[in-house]
Ligand binder design. Structure first.
Ligand code: BMA
Length: 375
């Protein structure tokens, strides 16, 4: 018996050494992503996301350290706090931020998170091994209303359009922010950038009935071109529609494999828990089918328990059965703004105990666990 244990142990050590490649063993030349001049760190992040999917699902939360359901970072600026850490004792592995209003040259985003704070937290969390992702609730460049102002705007910002100059300025402002994110060695921090999300719905000016598929794709490509021109080479580009009815729904606005690095989908349980679990499963199967062709990582890029205090077991009984064995690299829960607008859990919230159970599952990975994966 003892002998058997020894052999098993030796085998385990041997396979962990051989399966986990060190940085010097990874051939960066072979990693093909949409930015041909992407930094090494960006390529490594791509590789890391592929590796994470082999080992589990990284847990993510939007604005995790900026505020929670009942607190703001400003209440105790010396402390890095998170609702998830308060409940489960661990920081999320993936940290989401929204850069809406960076385009306007403002000091804070649309949810009053200052860009200085965002930058500080991105740097701190990245240095501890976190994965950073960004969405962009950008204002409407024609009407100057918010993202939800559906005044037609895409043709105006494409090459030759009447608001093109303004759009180039907006991208310039975004570029400066992205280029200013530095790790402790002075390298630009790689970011999973998720612009123009939920484009198959009609609630944003860049999506659904407010844009033609051709114009959407053109906007995606031209935006990428502008970012590259501004020497932003630290992005992985994620395409993430809202809940898909079918595969065609995914394809309709898809800019093309050479312009997209990561496939995502945003799914909320608007139609009840049972329907939610089924659509998570089916949607992730669609992503998997598309993603495996080129080995792209894929993820549940936004989700949340929006039953607002009515479901004690949402984590283990509704979310988990949907994402289990799906092959995704991460799941990101939307923000905990306040008790009437939160999507995850917090101390004293009804699903707190269930979250602890979910967090303890081996394949659900938090910061300390992903820190060790291909990093
Ligand atoms: C939405 C809501 C809004 C918020 C926006 C950007 O889904 O949470 O309140 O302003 O995301 O974070």
């Amino acid at each position: 018996m003892k002998y058997f244990i020894k052999i098993t142990l030796l085998f385990a050590i041997f396979s962990s050494v051989t399966s986990c490649k060190t940085r010097s063993e990874i051939n960066l030349e072979q990693i093909k992503i949409s930015d041909e001049n992407a930094t090494d760190q960006t390529k490594l992040l791509y590789h890391r996301l592929q590796e994470i999917a082999q080992q589990g699902i990284a847990f993510g939360h939007q604005d995790a350290t900026a505020y929670g359901a009942n607190w703001e970072h400003a209440d105790d600026p010396a402390k890095l706090r998170s609702d998830i850490k308060d409940v489960a004792g661990q920081f999320p592995a993936v940290h989401g931020f929204d850069i809406g209003h960076i385009e306007l040259g403002k000091a804070a985003n649309l949810d009053t998170v200052s860009f200085a704070l965002m930058k500080d937290h991105i740097q701190k969390m990245y240095n501890r091994g976190a994965i950073i992702t960004m969405s962009w609730h950008m204002n409407n460049p024609v009407s100057n209303g918010g993202s939800w102002d559906t005044t037609p705007a895409v043709p105006a910002i494409l090459k030759g359009g009447e608001e093109r100059e303004k759009y180039e300025l907006w991208i310039q402002r975004l570029s400066e922010f992205l280029n200013s994110l530095m790790d402790k060695k002075g390298n630009a921090i790689p970011v999973v950038f998720r612009p123009f999300h939920e484009m198959n719905g009609s609630w944003f000016w860049w999506g659904g009935e407010n844009v033609s598929a051709e114009n959407y794709k053109q906007l995606w490509r031209e935006t990428q071109e502008l970012l590259k021109r501004n020497k932003v080479n630290n992005l992985l580009y994620a395409y993430s529609p809202n809940t898909l009815r079918n595969e065609q729904d995914f394809d309709h606005f898809y800019p093309g494999d050479e312009y997209v690095d990561i496939l995502g989908v945003d799914i909320y349980n608007h139609s009840g828990n049972e329907a939610f679990t089924i659509s998570v499963k089916e949607n992730l199967q669609i992503l998997q089918k598309k993603a495996v062709i080129n080995g792209k990582p894929y993820a549940l890029t936004e989700t949340g328990n929006n039953n607002f205090g009515e479901d004690e077991h949402w984590w283990t009984q509704t979310l988990y059965p949907g994402i289990k064995d799906s092959g995704i690299s991460w799941v990101l829960l939307w923000r905990n703004d306040r008790p009437s607008h939160y999507f995850s859990t917090y101390k004293g919230e009804i699903s707190e105990e269930d979250f602890k159970e979910f967090a303890a599952f081996e394949e659900i990975l938090f910061l300390d666990e992903v820190e060790e994966i291909a990093n």
